[in-house]
Design a protein around this ligand. Structure first.
Ligand SMILES: Cc1cc2nc3c(=O)[nH]c(=O)nc-3n(C[C@H](O)[C@H](O)[C@H](O)COP(=O)(O)OP(=O)(O)OC[C@H]3O[C@@H](n4cnc5c(N)ncnc54)[C@H](O)[C@@H]3O)c2cc1C
Length: 344
């Protein structure tokens, strides 16, 4: 019989992030499918009570927690010690955790310590006929594999956005505190601060409902024979500000910067979607001034509803890659869209 452990860490305010709730839903569903005696929850953070209360009604048989100032920050040595202690007490055979940067950094090492195995980028879990199967994609999301292993403990890092988030009532949970004593040597790394772009400059928003993609067309000569990059920049910026959509781009557009051409100033290679870019998971996507070539469109694999605005009625989007293609001038369409959204 499997012992399922959901492993989460708290955010700076002591709460659990959406990715943690997605892993919780996954653990709960798997426990039901396998018919195990429920699942345990392990929490690591500066304090664990608020996080445990947030999911008090999830039906976990046990809450285990490691807390203290040493566990507030993401640090390999202290996180690994905390996770190892929780896994041992829970006698976990399956450890389900959100693939956050904090857990991605540490769980492979803990799997090694416990003579277990780890799977990253898990996008699905099933427990048919008592057998645990894990899905993940390979080769830039082109092939999906279903894996099974006999080695335990098995650590499963679940890709954020790939599962529905658990929803339920908060309450009061009783948490068993797990003591972890850290040697001085494990405290050598200290996080002295975080440098991050301001909220407005941060255009990649994985939790946004909409992915807004810009293509090289925004920088091309338009009907009047001129380029209109400053105008394009303003339209895109205003749309993002009004809708809080996440900003994606084609490779051609982000590459232009390297060639010294006039570009959209807040775009970087991190915004690139596609074969050599990212494969985000937003419910909806709107592509603008982009041709929809295969190396780009492959990054849209997990976008559920796809729309595109292109002047070219024969572009890649028209060939089955988009649900709706507007053959129109994106400058005109987005100006009107911004006007309507602002009026709302
Ligand atoms: C190995 C390899 C890997 C690659 N990986 C990626 C990747 O990860 N991501 C990626 O994006 N690409 C990738 N590419 C490049 C890809 O093949 C395309 O070259 C690129 O996506 C084209 O970008 P684009 O559609 O923005 O530009 P273009 O092909 O220049 O298309 C611009 C489009 O804008 C339209 N347009 C112009 N003005 C307007 C207007 N006013 N209104 C509406 N539409 C307008 C035009 O009609 C045109 O369709 C890769 C290529 C290779 C060979």
């Amino acid at each position: 019989m499997e012992n399922i452990l959901l492993l989460v860490h708290t955010e700076a305010d002591g709460s659990l992030a959406k990715s943690a709730l997605e892993s919780l839903q996954t653990a709960q569903t798997l426990a039901a499918a396998l018919g195990t005696a429920g699942f345990s929850v392990g929490i690591v953070g500066e304090t664990f009570q608020a996080a445990a209360n947030q999911i008090a009604s999830c039906g976990a048989v046990k809450f285990l927690g490691v807390e203290g100032v040493d566990f507030a920050q993401s640090r390999y040595a202290s996180d690994a010690a905390a996770v190892e202690a929780i896994c041992k007490i829970a006698q976990a055979t399956l450890v389900i955790a959100p693939a956050t940067s904090r857990w991605n950094r540490v769980l492979a090492g803990v799997a090694q310590r416990l003579n277990g195995r780890v799977e990253t980028h898990v996008t699905g879990l099933s427990g048919e006929n008592g057998v645990v199967s894990v899905s993940r994609w390979y080769y830039r999301q082109r092939m999906e594999a279903v894996l099974q292993r006999t080695q335990r403990p098995w650590f499963l890092l679940v890709d954020p956005g790939s599962q529905p988030a658990w929803q339920g009532e908060a309450g009061t949970a009783s948490v068993e505190a797990v003591a972890v004593s850290l040697p001085e040597s494990s405290k050598r790394t200290t996080v002295t601060g975080v440098r991050a772009p301001s909220a407005d400059a941060q255009t990649i928003r994985p939790d946004a409902d909409l992915l807004f993609v810009t293509g090289a067309g925004w920088t091309k000569k338009q009907a009047d024979g001129q380029t209109h990059v400053p105008e394009a920049e303003k339209l895109i910026y205003n749309f993002l500000k009004l809708t809080r959509a996440s900003l994606g781009s084609s490779k051609s557009l982000v590459d232009l910067g390297g060639e010294g051409q006039a570009v959209i100033s807040f775009l970087t290679h991190l915004n690139q979607i596609g074969q050599t870019g990212s494969t985000p998971r937003h419910p909806k996507g709107l592509s603008t001034c982009c041709h929809g070539e295969e190396p780009h469109a492959v990054g849209w694999r997990f976008i559920k509803e796809r729309r595109a605005i292109s002047l070219d009625a024969n572009c890649g989007w028209a060939r089955g890659k988009a649900d709706v293609l507007y053959v129109a001038d994106a400058f005109a369409v987005m100006a009107k869209v911004n006007e309507l959204v602002a009026a709302k």
